[in-house]
Design a protein around this ligand. Structure first.
Ligand SMILES: NC(=O)c1ccc[n+]([C@@H]2O[C@H](COP(=O)([O-])OP(=O)(O)OC[C@H]3O[C@@H](n4cnc5c(N)ncnc54)[C@H](OP(=O)(O)O)[C@@H]3O)[C@@H](O)[C@H]2O)c1
Length: 332
């Protein structure tokens, strides 16, 4: 099978298309013919040895796949050859085949698009966990989403609306604002590019406060970090919840006196650890997401696809801040 692998630490241009043996089926596993692999920001980090996991080389990046079951392990029940499937994996998605433990796989209804499926699991499951379990988002509350046209950001706009919140989407361009509006955002604001000096930071806080309204944002979903964090935190409501999701713009260090002044919480979100610690709750959430997808309540946006051999370009697209919704790498 073909795989796009990292042989030395470096950027997306260091990935090489290589022929590898078909992975060996395990007793508890499924051999999957990969249809597509969702591209995620950590793909850019893992190939540079800048991620929390450092797999031995050579390895293919790619943490979520869709595909078709090709073989079923001897101890696995509930799966048959030909089933459509999605799974998250530590790495290995930029390839034509993979073996995953059956317990990490989720069925996809046959009428659903497998490109879309490849971009659904990680961002929507993360965001559902963030908004429902960590953010305690309630109907009628105001949700401020940063990076609202990115992978997890756009999922937050859609799920926030599906949960009955008023959604304010913050993004860096007109095109991204339009994507957030299309996904249901009630209001959008366009922020500048960091770094911000003190005055620019205050100005951005004012912009956030105006957009969320006089009571502030009950929940803030932050998958961006960097200089965007402090101005957003200043727009938090009394007893609001600030959700720490990711840091493509850098790890922020906001002044903690703001949490005292607002009686608010800063809450970390780590979906992978949650899924490992409470697989039953995670499976229930994913079942709910699949139903929402089938019912048309969510509609994951795949804005661009690349063939496997050009997977590095897809990762570069995210690094260059160009991605809207999800981009995926396909094996066809
Ligand atoms: N906590 C968890 O469990 C969990 C799960 C999944 C993902 N994540 C994290 O969430 C973050 C976003 O992931 P994603 O897959 O949604 O990525 P993405 O599609 O690239 O979205 C990230 C957004 O961040 C904004 N951004 C600001 N500065 C940036 C920079 N210097 N480089 C790139 N983007 C920048 C961009 O929006 P604007 O241009 O509009 O600002 C971009 O749309 C990543 O850090 C990822 O590791 C966390």
């Amino acid at each position: 099978m073909r795989a796009l692998v990292s042989k030395t630490p470096g950027g997306p241009d260091t990935l090489e298309l290589t022929e590898l043996p078909t992975p060996e089926l395990t007793k508890d596993g499924l051999l999957i013919n990969i249809h597509a692999c969702g591209v995620n920001f950590p793909d850019s980090l893992i190939i540079q040895d800048r991620y929390q996991f450092k797999p031995p080389r050579p390895f293919a990046p790619g943490a979520e796949i869709s595909g078709v079951v090709a073989e079923v392990g001897s101890e696995v029940s509930g799966w048959t050859v030909g089933d459509h499937v999605v799974a998250t994996i530590p790495h290995g998605g930029y390839a034509e085949q993979i073996v995953v433990p059956a317990e990490a796989a989720f069925p996809v209804p046959k009428d659903r698009d497998l490109d879309q499926a490849a971009g659904l699991l990680l961002v929507y499951a993360t965001t559902y966990h963030a908004l429902a379990d960590r953010g305690d988002l309630k109907e009628g509350e105001t949700l401020l989403v940063l990076g609202a046209a990115g992978g997890v950001g756009l999922a937050a706009v859609e799920l926030g609306k599906a949960m009955g919140a008023r959604v304010v989407a913050a993004v860096s361009s007109e095109e991204k604002a339009q994507a957030a509006k299309n996904a249901g955002a009630d209001e959008t604001l366009i922020y500048g590019r960091q770094p911000f000096d003190k005055d620019q930071s205050k100005q951005l806080a004012k912009q956030f406060k105006q957009a969320v309204g006089p009571n502030g944002a009950d929940v803030i979903y932050d998958p961006v970090g960097g200089d965007y964090c402090e101005p957003a935190l200043r727009a938090c409501a009394w007893e609001g919840r600030y959700l720490v999701v990711g840091f493509p713009a850098g790890i922020p260090t906001p002044p903690l006196n703001l949490t005292l002044l607002k009686g608010c919480d800063i809450r970390g979100v780590f979906w992978g650890a949650h899924a490992a610690r409470d697989p039953k709750a995670n499976r229930e959430s994913i079942d709910k997401l699949m139903t929402m997808w089938s019912d048309g309540k969510i509609n994951p946006l795949v804005s661009k696809t690349w063939p496997l051999e050009q997977g590095g370009e897809a990762i570069q697209w995210l690094i260059d801040r160009k991605a809207i919704g999800k981009v995926v790498v396909t094996t066809k």
